[in-house]
Design a protein around this ligand. Structure first.
Ligand SMILES: [Zn+2]
Length: 165
């Protein structure tokens, strides 16, 4: 099992903001996502966009995502309990931009494939979860966001995972 190790790069604080989790699936796996059903995940990377505006802001929300043992409440919990989060893109703002970030990913179909039916239960997006066969670069992503939707800055927190039993 992988366990996240908090790196020095973690400057994340409890302000509100938007984030994208980068998860890595080292092999094909079947994951039951609550009542939605069983999904087959190819090896590669999965990008999930979300936002945090509640108490504790980004830091509290992301800390929860990083726990591999927890009750599964949201769709994404069924993935974060099976696949390690290897990086997080995040940006502070008072607006919830996860739908804009999802639209940015959706606009580049050559690079990102939609995983339909997951993680967008509260909005009209097709999904907030995307597959990418190679480690996704932030530069490509910000280009896809477009100037109008570009936040002042997006930080990257790279998480070094280690094998543990
Ligand atoms: Zn959405």
């Amino acid at each position: 099992m992988h366990r996240p190790v908090l790196g020095r790069q973690n400057q994340m604080n409890s302000a509100p903001g938007t984030y994208a989790l980068i998860l890595k699936s080292p092999q094909s796996m079947s994951v039951r996502v609550g009542k939605v059903g069983i999904f087959e995940f190819m090896p590669g990377y999965y990008i999930y966009t979300g936002s945090a505006r509640g108490p504790g802001g980004l830091k509290a929300r992301v800390s929860r995502h990083l726990k591999m043992t927890k009750p599964c409440h949201w769709h994404i919990d069924y993935l974060t309990t099976r696949m390690p989060v290897v990086a997080i893109w995040y940006s502070y703002s008072n607006s919830s931009d996860e739908c804009l970030w999802a639209a940015g990913l959706q606009s580049n179909r050559q690079k990102y494939a939609e995983v339909s039916g997951l993680g967008a239960s509260d909005c009209s997006c097709l999904t907030h979860l995307f597959f990418c066969s190679k480690y996704p670069g932030l530069d490509d992503f910000t280009a896809n966001l477009g100037a109008a939707n570009h936040p002042e800055s997006i930080d990257v927190w790279r998480i070094h995972s280690r094998q543990s039993d």
